[in-house]
Design a protein around this ligand. Structure first.
Ligand SMILES: O=c1ccn([C@@H]2O[C@H](COP(=O)(O)O)[C@@H](O)[C@H]2O)c(=O)[nH]1
Length: 269
């Protein structure tokens, strides 16, 4: 999907909501555990109930890898279901990969070709030759971790090297990479006060913003400092939406939570 198509979908739905599909078998309704593939059954119900309220879904691969081959198959079925039934939806594999060049190419093939995700999250730590193999894929997006939502972000990301904080160095240097137009960045909602300076460096780049709800981040603050002319934001909520109820009404409860966020977003556009 191109960035222009994503922006057009945001304007049409008046939503820049990304729903995180972080499926934990201990948290889903018990009746689904009788299904052949409980993870896919849960995702399908959530997607069918919420697709008109969001513009993106973000399965975090950890929640699938934890269940071995069955988890990976559920992830494959989920992305295939999305691509077949809701091609207008932007898909994010939250996998936080990145390695030496030839290995990064294989990761890129796994997520962009085999599973046909629109984007994948990448750790920038190994530098240019670990990121550029992902950027080589046309109309696919590489979402670089810049300033993450967790407390540990202060261990390294905000430390100064020479004059700049490390996360600013990541933003500035990555802009020089080949096919840098395919870059997006992760900035945690819990770091909203950093967004004005981030926008000085990358005025139009899309930001994937996790950390609202359960982690304490706030939608209004993120928009105040982080919204760009092209909106430029995908705000993610995972647990706050998908686990709104553990009963048979779980999908409708998720839709209600998503609707609340969509209404708040529409007011900010
Ligand atoms: O800085 C980051 C990067 C990624 N995440 C991921 O986003 C979701 C957040 O889930 P919630 O339940 O809405 O808190 C999860 O997959 C994280 O691994 C992040 O939180 N922060």
């Amino acid at each position: 999907m191109t960035t222009e198509q994503l922006v057009s979908e945001i304007r049409k739905k008046k939503s820049f909501l990304c729903i995180g599909l972080d499926v934990d078998l201990n948290k889903i309704p018990e009746h689904l555990l009788q299904e052949d593939d409980p993870i896919f059954a849960f995702n399908k119900a959530i997607i069918d109930a919420t697709h008109h309220l969001c513009v993106a879904y973000k399965p975090n691969t950890a929640f699938y890898e934890a269940y071995g081959i069955r988890g990976w198959q559920a992830l494959q079925k989920t992305i295939a279901y999305l691509n077949e039934n809701y091609p207008e939806i932007f898909t994010i594999a939250d996998a936080k990969r990145g390695d030496i060049g030839n290995t990064s190419t294989m990761y890129a093939k796994a997520f962009f070709e085999d599973m046909a995700f629109d984007s994948v999250t990448i750790a920038p730590y190994m530098g240019k030759d670990s990121v550029e193999p992902f950027l080589a894929f046309k109309d696919k997006h590489t979402i670089l971790l810049a300033l993450t939502s967790n407390q540990g972000a202060f261990d390294f990301q905000t430390k100064k090297i020479d004059e700049n904080e490390l996360y600013k160095e990541v933003l500035k240097v990555s802009k020089t990479y080949k096919n840098a137009e395919n870059l997006m960045y992760v900035v945690g909602a819990t770091k909203a006060e950093y967004l004005a300076e981030i926008r000085d460096i990358i005025p139009e780049s899309f930001l994937l913003v996790p950390g609202v709800g359960a982690q304490g981040g706030n939608l209004q603050d993120v928009c105040k400092y982080g919204m760009a002319k092209n909106v430029g934001l995908l705000i993610n909520s995972s647990r706050g939406i998908i686990y709104a109820s553990k009963n048979s009404d779980f999908a409708q409860a998720a839709a209600l939570k998503a609707k609340e966020m969509q209404i708040d977003m529409a007011a900010l556009l």
